[in-house]
Each structure stands twice: as structure tokens, then as C-alpha cells.
Design a protein around this ligand. Structure first.
Ligand code: HEC
Length: 144
């Protein structure tokens, strides 16, 4: 193999390695987001029941908090490839983290309100979290 071919082979090989390096992070964050969507939809329906199951809502909102906290650790620099995460996440990282944190605060309010079985407070906590989804997707999630 001549020298330039060797270099090309090395470069190609290493970019493939890099992409694979983050497969785990990408898969996990997509799984966590999917679960967040399903579980917040479930809470939304449950809060509309005549007698919401507060114990279940409390447990589910704990999972919503944990998922969001875990997401905070999974947007590793360079992990946009083969994912729907846009590079702008790392160009505006403080703002991106602030948006994740707004979602977290919403789920924390929901959790707190569910312990006290306060319907209006629970609804507004959930709403605060759900208000963050679209804005963040518009800015930081690619369409495919
Ligand atoms: C701080 C920004 C941010 C917030 C807030 C946010 N998302 Fe996302 N979401 C993303 C990004 C970025 C991706 C793409 C992740 C990837 O592909 O690695 C994503 C992906 C997803 C996915 C797709 C998972 C897949 O399989 O591709 C779902 C579903 C989702 N989000 C739901 C939600 C819901 C529901 C909310 C609000 C309750 C929400 N997200 C809030 C940034 C956000």
C-alpha cells in the first residue's frame, strides 16, 4: 500500500471507530426520550381521571426525573453522527443544558405535587416540562 492510501485507510477507519464509540450513548438517549414521551402522555391522561392514581403518578414522575438527569450526561461532544442531534447542541451548550434543566424542573414540580396530591400544581408541572419539547426539537433535533 502506498503512503497516501495508508493515510486514507487510517482516516476512514478512525471516523468509523468514532461513530461506533457513541452508539451506546445515542441509543440510550433515544430510548430515554421515547420513554419520556410515553410516560408524560400517560401522566397527562391519568391526571384527567376522576380519581388519579397518585402513587403511580409519583413513581412515574420519579422515572421522568431520572431519565432527564441521565440525558444530561449523554450528549457527549462528537456524538451527533448517526443520530438526530444537531451539532448546534455543542455550539450553544449552555442554552441546550438550560432547556434540559427546564424539563427537569417541570418533572420535579410534578413529582412534588403528586406527593401532595395537588391536581392543579401537578398539571402545571407537567405542562412546564411539555412546553420544552417542541422548542428544543426545532433548534437541536434534525428531521431525520
Ligand atoms: C434540551 C432539548 C430537548 C428537550 C427539552 C426535549 N428533547 Fe426530545 N430530543 C432532543 C434531541 C436532541 C433528540 C435527538 C436525540 C438523538 O438522536 O440522539 C430528541 C429526540 C426525541 C425523541 C426521538 C427518539 C428517537 O428514537 O429518535 C422523542 C420521542 C423525544 N425527543 C421526545 C421528547 C419529549 C416528549 C420532550 C418533552 C417532554 C422532549 N423530547 C424534550 C432534544 C430535546
Amino acid at each position: 500500500m502506498n503512503k497516501s492510501l495508508l493515510i486514507i485507510a487510517l482516516v476512514l477507519g478512525s471516523s468509523e471507530l468514532n461513530a461506533q464509540e457513541f452508539n451506546q450513548e445515542i441509543e440510550t438517549r433515544q430510548k430515554l426520550f421515547t420513554e419520556i414521551e410515553e410516560k408524560s402522555d400517560w401522566v397527562e391522561d391519568e391526571l384527567e381521571e376522576d380519581a388519579p392514581n397518585w402513587q403511580d403518578i409519583e413513581n412515574v414522575s420519579e422515572t421522568l426525573i431520572k431519565n432527564t438527569q441521565q440525558l444530561e450526561t449523554l450528549f457527549v461532544t462528537g456524538s451527533h453522527e448517526n443520530s438526530r442531534a444537531k451539532v448546534s447542541i455543542w455550539e450553544n451548550h449552555q442554552e441546550f443544558k438550560a432547556a434540559l434543566n427546564d424539563m427537569l424542573i417541570g418533572f420535579e414540580s410534578l413529582h412534588y405535587a403528586s406527593k401532595l396530591q395537588k391536581l392543579t400544581a401537578a398539571e402545571s408541572g407537567l405542562e412546564q416540562a411539555q412546553d420544552t419539547c417542541n422548542g428544543c426539537h426545532r433548534r437541536y433535533r434534525s428531521l431525520w
